[in-house]
Design a protein around this ligand. Structure first.
Ligand SMILES: Nc1nc2c(c(=O)[nH]1)N[C@H]1C(S)=C(S)[C@@H](COP(=O)(O)O)O[C@H]1N2
Ligand SMILES: [Mo]
Length: 524
């Protein structure tokens, strides 16, 4: 008798666990259906938790191993963590029901517990209801379906006394099993629908045109048109300006912050004569500049594609600094963001920077820092802080987010020449790509088709006539040759505005950026 009861309760425990897992999945699905990929989705705090609690060594190893898949992979892990958390919560509710022997008690307990967990995680109590209700519904469905054999062990034991033991065992487990399987199909269908609904609730990729004065809009359009006219046509490579959807994105978030323009403000604080806070409208009233600017991520491999160029619209930071009066001893500035990311640049770098709110004539897209980011000409991408909310003047250099994790990517970029395009024609091969040298600008690109023995100048896209003095923008290069051998070792290098030849010294991205000459073996 005891023996059978304990086997029964093991079997029931298994099915209760399955029910709890289903409820966990339903909670995530409900949350996603309601919130989409926004911070109200329970997956968002989970993802931050997973990333924050992973040691830097693992974060870097994951990045190396998975490359662009690192973020989806850690997001999946985060979803598993939340599912497990919800499942544990619901299982607890089910166990309490068994102990208290109150049928349907678990439905109420699961609802409350899941709601509490979701609210605590997201800080969004209304959205948390969307997680709690489906979780409770799964429990309710299983209990209803198994109504003749509730999950209560005591009721089972009562039944055992009136029936033959084996019959009762078979029947109760059977019914619970069937009920759970039904709930399983229900949950999966619900998750499928939730995936579609949540995708539609995710804020759109379409970025509206920047509302700006006519003159400003004309300048932006002019820069875009000039770039389109001047661009060399290179298969498999971007033009002179990257499309918004194709511009690389790198940040620490699985789900980017959503910051309304009306809620944005920037504080300039620290070692200054008088602190200043400026809101979005006040920023927009200031004189803006439009210019081409290139970003390159310090973490990219030598010939990778984490380098792009846009037409930016923004206000020179220097114009604001006159009102703030940073003290002489304020040598560095920490730029803080709403995603708790931060980075440090020198005061000198800040003085040539911009508070950018427009990209390619559109509002700055969410993934690029809406509504306002910092643009630091000449420096690595990581200091171009997105979703910027504070500039803090300090008296010494400070580690940034990535510097605390072993990187050294706050300074000026390394010169790089990409070999992105290889085009085979009838009896010629055309190679091409983009070269970038930071503030110095690119004066020439040289190509070798014999492994670096001899060099020839490549054709270059025209020097862009941007709205600034700065030459902080990439140029395209192109070179055609008739193959004279079975294989050609093509090597490329740039010469910057000071006449310096791009360093041949190969180094990987970590800690301070990939260097060396890109080379590719090309067979006709
Ligand atoms: N707030 C915030 N800003 C950020 C980051 C971030 O994680 N959070 N990543 C930085 C890094 S490493 C790079 S390379 C650039 C990339 O800018 P993009 O995504 O607009 O291309 O943003 C920088 N600014
Ligand atoms: Mo980066």
């Amino acid at each position: 008798m005891t023996h059978i009861t304990s086997r029964l309760s093991t079997a029931h425990l298994v099915w209760r666990t399955v029910t709890a897992i289903l409820a966990g999945v339903a909670a995530i699905a409900g949350s996603f259906a309601y919130a989409g990929l926004t911070p109200a989705f329970v997956g968002d705090p989970a993802a931050s938790f997973v990333v924050d609690s992973m040691p830097a060594a693992i974060v870097n190893a994951v990045r190396d191993a998975f490359g662009p898949l690192a973020q989806p992979a850690s997001f999946l892990l985060a979803l598993l963590v939340v599912a497990a958390l919800f499942a544990a919560t619901v299982l607890l509710a089910l166990e309490i029901e068994v102990l208290a022997d109150r049928r349907y008690l678990a439905v109420a307990l699961a609802a409350v517990a899941v709601w509490l967990v979701a609210t605590a995680a997201t800080g969004a109590p209304v959205a948390a209801v969307a997680a709690a209700v489906p979780a409770a519904a799964v429990v309710a469905v299983v209990e209803l379906a198994a109504v003749h054999d509730p999950l209560s062990v005591r009721r089972v034991r009562e039944r055992l006394q009136s029936e033959s033991e084996t019959d009762a065992q078979a029947r109760t487990v059977d019914r619970t099993k069937r009920a759970t399987l039904q709930a399983g199909f229900g949950t999966l269908s619900f998750a499928g629908i939730a995936a579609l609904v949540g995708q539609r609730r995710t804020p759109g990729e379409g970025v509206p045109a920047l509302e700006t004065d006519e003159q400003g809009a004309r300048t932006e359009q002019q820069l875009l048109d000039d770039a389109a006219d001047a661009a060399l046509d290179l298969p498999d490579a971007p033009g002179l300006v990257s499309e918004i959807g194709a511009f690389y994105t790198v940040d620490i978030n699985t789900i980017d912050p959503i910051l309304e323009r009306g809620d944005w403000a920037l504080s300039i604080t620290g070692a200054v004569d008088s602190e200043l806070t400026i809101d979005y409208d006040a920023l927009r009233e200031r004189e803006a500049e439009r210019f081409y600017g290139t970003l390159r991520c310090v973490g990219e491999d030598l010939n990778d594609r984490e380098m792009d160029t846009a037409v930016w619209t923004g206000v020179p930071v220097a114009d604001l600094l006159e009102e703030v009066g940073p003290g002489d001893e304020a040598t560095h500035v920490v730029a803080h963001a709403v995603d708790d990311y931060w980075n440090t640049i020198t005061r000198e770098a800040l003085e040539r920077s911009y508070l950018v709110y427009g990209m390619n004539g559109r509002f700055l897209p969410r993934e690029h820092g809406h509504p306002v980011r910092l643009f630091v000409p000449g420096n690595w991408g990581e200091v171009n802080v997105k979703w910027l909310d504070e500039l803090e003047f300090v008296r010494e250099e400070r580690d940034g987010y990535w510097e605390e994790r072993g990187w050294d990517g706050t300074g000026e970029v390394e010169t790089v020449t990409k070999l992105w395009s290889v085009d085979h024609q009838d009896d010629a091969i055309t190679v091409g790509g983009h070269a970038y040298a930071g503030l110095e600008g690119v004066d020439a690109v040289e190509v070798s088709i014999d492994g670096g023995e001899t060099w020839t100048a490549a054709e270059l896209s025209p020097e862009p006539d941007a709205g600034t003095e700065l030459r902080d923008v990439w140029r395209q290069w192109r070179y055609s040759f008739e193959p004279a051998a079975d294989r050609h070792e093509v090597v490329v290098r740039a010469i910057d505005g000071t006449g310096a030849v791009q360093t041949e010294d190969p180094s990987g991205p970590k800690p301070d950026g990939a260097t060396g000459w890109v080379s590719k073996t090309i067979e006709p």
